[in-house]
Design a protein around this ligand. Structure first.
Ligand SMILES: [Zn+2]
Length: 410
């Protein structure tokens, strides 16, 4: 069978039209979840899907599902999609690309008169970014059963408005959420990192998402005068913290490949130039795609922190505040993505997602795969985020292949 084509220009034009909703002066997008602009983007998506012959509905989290029927309505749908909400200074492609690549697949199936065995659904997940409402990825998380509906609907923004209230206001609060089978889930997304561009690869075959462990550490020593206190008698909390910062960096380096280790926040008290610091608070962010390796990093951190405390005569409080296991994607779905890249002649490499995506939660509810395409200089969550029409079209071809394989049309 010859390779089915998609219409790269139509995909590009749709992306640019969508980017007009909430367009910023610097060429980006500001479309926060459940605002009037979000409603506008949802309405445009819905209109396009209805014009493509889909039935469109939404659930109690405002997740929108556009369904193209299959020959066998009893089969669970093959699903693809992403999100339409953005960061306050977001780009045109993060999220919108995955949604509109899904729509382009449906339009192409129509063009070619292809019937699939299973239904195909394109989904828009609510509040992926976590910018207006925390936590992130809450629409897909509720669908996948990670969050219960009551909790999810009652998350509030800075003004105290809940997700449930805002869904009501913009007219996107439906009934029920999740609890239905999904045959497979695929998500196309820009990489949001530099790897594909640097290696001149068009397709990232995503094998899974990293695990994450977050810590808060407080070291307590003793405030003292910087002049009269001899070096040997000090309990300098900042010196202890410094050795932890260095250790975290060393741990990241020694758990290569794939480890990331960051101290992103450090608060020194009293933060006065002639006072020996009495207390330091710092945060640690560890990421690794392998839970065993991540556990090794955890151990190394605890050891280093204890040594730092003991050496400096400090009191140590170390608390793990978040642990999110590594999420390997379904091997068959990963293989289908790779086969799609090969079928269409696109260079590719396996890659691990460093960021969270709706697909990470969907992997708990359905066999899941992801397709990455390069973005310029690896920059995302930024108004200058950029990707080429050719790469976006290539990712869409791979998505088409994956959906046809899983929905059964070959
Ligand atoms: Zn995204």
């Amino acid at each position: 069978m010859e390779n089915l084509t998609i219409d790269g220009k139509r995909l590009w034009d749709s992306l640019m039209e969508m980017a007009g909703i909430g367009a910023t002066a610097k060429g980006g997008v500001c479309r926060l979840a459940l605002t009037d602009l979000d409603r506008e983007s949802r309405a445009l998506f819905t209109r396009w899907c209805e014009e493509a012959g889909c039935s469109v509905g939404f659930d109690a989290m405002g997740n929108i599902f556009a369904r193209r029927p299959g020959r066998n309505p009893d089969l669970p749908p093959v699903m693809t999609g992403s999100h339409l909400d953005s960061q306050p200074t977001g780009g045109k492609y993060d999220g919108a690309y995955g949604v509109l690549a899904g729509l382009e697949v449906l339009r192409s199936l129509n063009d070619h008169g292809v019937e699939t065995e299973a239904p195909v659904e394109v989904v828009v997940w609510t509040n992926e970014e976590g910018s207006r409402f925390a936590p992130a990825m809450i629409g897909s998380g509720a669908f996948a059963g990670v969050f219960d509906l009551d909790y999810a609907q009652n998350r509030t923004d800075m003004d105290g408005k809940t997700i449930g209230q805002e869904l009501d206001r913009i007219g996107y609060k439906g009934e029920g959420c999740g609890g239905r089978p999904v045959g497979a889930y695929f998500e196309a997304h820009i990489e949001q990192g530099p790897v594909l561009e640097a290696e001149e690869k068009t397709i990232g075959v995503v094998t899974g998402a990293q695990g994450q462990r977050w810590y808060e550490i407080t070291l307590t020593g003793q405030e003292a005068h910087a002049g009269p206190t001899p070096m040997a008698r000090r309990h300098d909390a900042l010196v202890g913290a410094a050795s932890i910062v260095t250790a975290v960096n060393r741990i990241g380096t020694s758990f290569q490949p794939d480890a990331c280790a960051t101290v992103g926040m450090l608060i020194c008290k009293p933060n006065s130039r002639n006072v020996i610091p009495g207390e330091v608070f710092l945060t640690v962010d560890f990421r690794h795609p392998n839970d065993g390796r991540l556990a090794g990093m955890d151990q190394a951190l605890r050891q280093a922190a204890e040594v730092a405390a003991e050496t400096g005569g400090l009191e140590l409080k170390l608390e793990e505040i978040w642990h999110f296991g590594a999420t390997p994607f379904d091997q068959a779905c990963v293989a289908v993505v790779k086969a799609g890249a090969e079928r269409y002649g696109h260079s590719h490499r396996e890659i691990i997602s460093g960021a969270g995506h709706d697909a990470v939660y969907m992997a708990k509810a359905a066999p899941t795969g992801m397709i990455f395409v390069p973005c310029e200089n690896g920059i995302s969550h930024n108004e200058i985020e950029n990707a080429t029409p050719e790469d976006l079209a290539a990712g869409c071809e791979v998505l088409l292949h994956a959906i046809l394989e899983k929905a059964g049309a070959r």
